[in-house]
Design a protein around this ligand. Structure first.
Ligand code: TXA
Ligand code: MG
Length: 358
């Protein structure tokens, strides 16, 4: 495995600070880390915290200056709004100008969990968070650590994924450290993210509601919980991605996003010989190609590597980004991912693979 610190490129714009990493695996360590994170957040600092989807880069959502630091650290374009994380229904309702019956129904069904609801914003949510728009994305995450920090702070936390802009989201503390070491004062290690891909983003500020970013809570679950979708089949986004309108509405949903450094392709193959011939056909070196497979596992002798992720949608989502991070560290040139099934449960994974391949 490549030296992990090698992937850290110092950024000239920021002076280097010492990045503290705190564990949470005993009740004492957990409490100590909650207190430290809350202390920094109250002082207007930015800290990396675990959530069940991916790690987040958090700041006080009501403090414009603190939120500005998130954009600076990530190199995030200012037109991309940030999700606000809450730890109760009351806090969620205080972030929105209106919290309609449909939002209540869906939040009851899926919160805490990997669903972000876009609603008209409350006046106290600064323009930096909403990218000067009239809506705000709100999510109540289920990870106990970020919940405890929000409760300790008493204010909501603005938090995008804790990666540099356009890179792969982190699903463990080491992924965060590799990208943000020296740029933030604290990374809290809350273990492997249990969901593994970012939340489903559902826009409830328009009628009919629209899925802006598919995730592990898919269209059919939303419809089963009472969401009227104009055309649920279009919202499946099974590999097709959001509409052009959706991409404009949510700049983070541009076609190319969430990309590894290597070229990524999504293929089917019959057997090893077929796979090798497809690799040769695009003039790539087999020895620099890494395969991520779930069903047709290649023997791997001539390849840079083979990762097997079980053919189980939840296990696949949980493991995917760690595999992509590993390929980046190893300096692989081509990543071939075995095509996921074309069914609603896989739509979030298909969406992220499409963007990584764009
Ligand atoms: O699971 C997640 O959502 C993670 C964890 C940390 O909660 N967060 C995350 O944040 O993925 P980020 O910033 O990497 O992606 C948020 C997406 C972006 O595509 C952004 O454009 C969209 O949500 N978004 C946020 N607020 C929005 C709004 N008011 N209207 C439309 N899209 C919004
Ligand atoms: Mg992100």
């Amino acid at each position: 495995m490549a030296n992990k610190t090698a992937s850290f490129a110092p950024c000239a714009r920021h002076f280097q600070m010492k990045t503290e990493i705190l564990s949470t695996h005993t009740p004492e360590l957990f409490k100590k880390a909650v207190r430290r994170a809350a202390e920094l957040l109250r002082a207007g600092e930015v800290v990396a915290l675990p959530t069940e989807t991916v790690y987040g880069l958090a700041a006080n959502a009501l403090d414009e200056n603190a939120v500005a630091k998130i954009f600076q650290i990530k190199g995030r374009p200012s037109h991309n709004p940030i999700i606000v994380h809450v730890a109760s229904n009351e806090m969620a309702e205080r972030c929105a100008a209106e919290f309609p019956a449909l939002a209540k129904k869906l939040s009851q069904a899926f919160w805490p969990g990997p669903l972000t609801l876009v609603l008209p914003r409350a006046k106290n949510i600064p323009a930096a968070v909403t990218a000067a728009g009239e809506t705000v994305g709100i999510r109540w995450p289920s990870h106990p650590f970020i919940q405890a920090v929000i409760r300790e702070c008493g204010f909501p936390l603005a938090a995008p994924s804790a990666n540099l802009s356009n890179q792969i989201s982190p699903t463990n503390a080491e992924h965060v450290r590799a990208q943000l070491d020296g740029k933030i004062s604290l990374v809290v290690d809350g273990g492997q993210s249990q969901v593994g891909i970012e939340s489903t983003v559902l826009d409830l500020s328009v009628v009919p509601a629209r899925i802006l970013r598919p995730g592990m809570i898919h269209a059919e679950s939303l419809v089963a919980a009472g969401l009227p979708l104009a055309d649920p089949s279009s919202a499946k986004a099974s590999g097709r991605g959001p509409t052009a309108e959706g991409a404009l509405k949510s700049p983070g949903l541009l076609r190319k996003h969430y990309s590894p450094k290597a070229k990524l392709v999504i293929w089917d193959w019959l057997n090893d010989a077929d796979l090798e011939s497809q690799i040769r056909h695009r003039s790539s070196a087999i020895s620099h190609t890494h395969i991520i497979a779930h069903t047709k596992i290649p023997s791997g002798e001539k390849l840079a590597g083979v990762s097997v992720i079980p053919h189980d949608v939840e296990a696949f989502a949980r493991a995917l980004y760690a595999e992509l991070h590993r390929c980046d560290e190893a300096g692989v040139e081509l990543i071939v991912v075995e095509a996921p099934p074309d069914s609603p449960e896989w739509s979030g994974i298909a969406d992220r693979l499409q963007r990584a391949a764009a």
